[in-house]
Design a protein around this ligand. Structure first.
Ligand SMILES: [Zn+2]
Length: 155
């Protein structure tokens, strides 16, 4: 999936947290979701984050390749424990998992238990019309939830 779709899904998850836990959602958590939703693609130099952190991206993509170690569920769990489950760590965990979920919907798929070979794939081609439809759905749902919030949660 593309940067914008990952970010839109991260934003949708953030909106849900803002609605469901309005008093427990903080900036570090939201920053963590945004960062986590794009961080796995550090393993490709052509990605948004890979272009901004080229030296790191070059090393990771050369050693492991794209959709390998950085697309395994071990990484967000390690990050979560390293950050001792603080707000940033929880946000990174949800953002990162949202990235893996979306990539699992693509034909290229992901290996969540990397280096084990089990691959999860979906029907969507990255950058296709279906991804664009998904992007608009995510943006539309986020706006809809925000607009309907006073009617769903009147307090
Ligand atoms: Zn990815």
């Amino acid at each position: 999936m593309l940067f914008r779709t990952h970010l839109a899904f991260g934003a949708f998850i953030a909106v849900l947290f803002l609605i469901l836990l309005p008093n427990q959602t903080h900036y570090l958590f939201l920053i963590g979701i945004a960062l986590g939703s794009v961080l796995p693609d550090l393993d490709t130099m052509g990605s948004w984050i890979g272009r901004r952190l080229k030296p790191f991206s070059r090393v990771i993509s050369t050693i492991f390749g794209h959709r390998a170690i950085l697309h395994s569920i071990a990484i967000p769990i390690i990050i979560y424990f390293v950050l001792q489950g603080n707000e940033l760590g929880v946000g990174l965990l949800f953002g990162y998992l949202s990235h893996l979920f979306l990539d699992a919907l693509t034909k290229q798929g992901v290996k969540p238990l990397w280096p084990l070979g089990m691959k999860i794939r979906g029907p969507i081609t990255t950058g296709s019309m279906w991804e664009t439809i998904l992007l608009f759905l995510l943006v539309g749902l986020s706006i809809l939830v925000l607009v309907l919030r006073p009617y769903i949660f009147p307090l």
